[in-house]
Design a protein around this ligand. Structure first.
Ligand SMILES: [Zn+2]
Length: 286
């Protein structure tokens, strides 16, 4: 018996004992899990509302995200496009590249408030499901590894929390998703998968919780909340920005702007304009 099989056998034996003491249940339906199941039962897993966006260049999330970026760039370049009141200034006052590659976008699941599948993102956000979150993020990572769109991702960057909120919560849910994605990629792709960078983006201003804000106020709330120190991103060509949920895309836009400005500051606008910045989340409110 090689070490890996012995490890799996030992893990299953331990799990069967642990299940007797504290039965594990499906995150979606609450039914007790079988020994072979992890976090979700086979029936609920078969019904997961997957988006399958990973293989689609053009999908609702990519359209929403790129429309936000386009509007922001249009305003920054002084083009004839009417400025959007909620997008009234780029993050930070640093130079912003004039053109840039299309950002791909994907999420594992569609989010619906009346669906029991919302337990997956909600559990991660509100304190219970770190193991669950990582499990489903690995699933997304395996999707990414199978997609030619994301094959060249060489840096994964989670949306940061302000350090006060990070301290109160004890973890950053976006970082849990980012690490799960990188693990999922490395399970499928040869090599170690993309690196996760947690010190690049910083949230320098505390912001109100986005969930209570009208969609028009969300970008105003997070604009200028982030800065990026891009020195460690030398030779990076495709960044994957990661959050737990995509609602209006305002937070991801603010992070994209800050990253782009940080790249321009360190490597110059030309080099910065060649970097692709894509986005991935566990769920998409579509
Ligand atoms: Zn279930």
């Amino acid at each position: 018996m090689d070490g890996r099989i012995a490890g799996i056998t030992l893990r299953r034996a331990w799990r069967s004992v642990a299940d007797l003491v504290l039965p594990r249940v499906c995150v979606v339906c609450g039914r007790q899990l079988l020994l072979s199941e992890e976090h979700i039962c086979t029936v609920c897993e078969a019904g997961l509302p997957r988006t399958f966006f990973s293989s689609l260049r053009d999908n609702p999330m990519a359209r929403a995200f790129n429309a936000l970026v386009d509007r922001e760039l249009g305003w920054a370049q002084g083009e004839s496009k009417a400025p959007c009141p909620e997008l009234d200034a780029p993050s930070g006052a640093r130079s912003v590249p004039a053109t840039q590659p299309y950002g791909y976008a994907t999420a594992l699941l569609f989010y619906r408030g009346d669906s029991p599948y919302k337990n997956i993102p909600m559990g991660l956000k509100y304190g219970r499901g770190l193991g669950e979150g990582r499990h489903f993020a690995r699933m997304l990572g395996r999707d990414l590894a199978a997609s030619p769109l994301f094959a060249d991702v060489d840096a994964v960057i989670p949306v940061p929390l302000h350090r006060a909120r990070r301290w109160r919560r004890g973890y950053n849910q976006a970082e849990v998703v980012a690490r799960g994605i990188a693990e999922g990629v490395s399970q499928v792709a040869s090599g170690n998968g993309p690196l996760v960078f947690t010190g690049i983006l910083k949230r320098v201003r505390r912001t109100k919780t986005q969930t209570r804000l009208h969609s028009g106020d969300r970008y105003a709330n997070v604009k200028s909340a982030f800065v990026a120190d891009a020195r460690k991103l030398k030779a990076v060509s495709h960044i994957l920005l990661v959050d737990d949920v995509f609602t209006t895309g305002a937070t991801l836009l603010a992070c994209e702007r800050a990253l782009r400005a940080g790249l321009a500051e360190v490597f110059g606008p030309d080099a910065a304009s060649k970097v692709r910045i894509s986005v991935a989340t566990l769920s998409f409110v579509g």
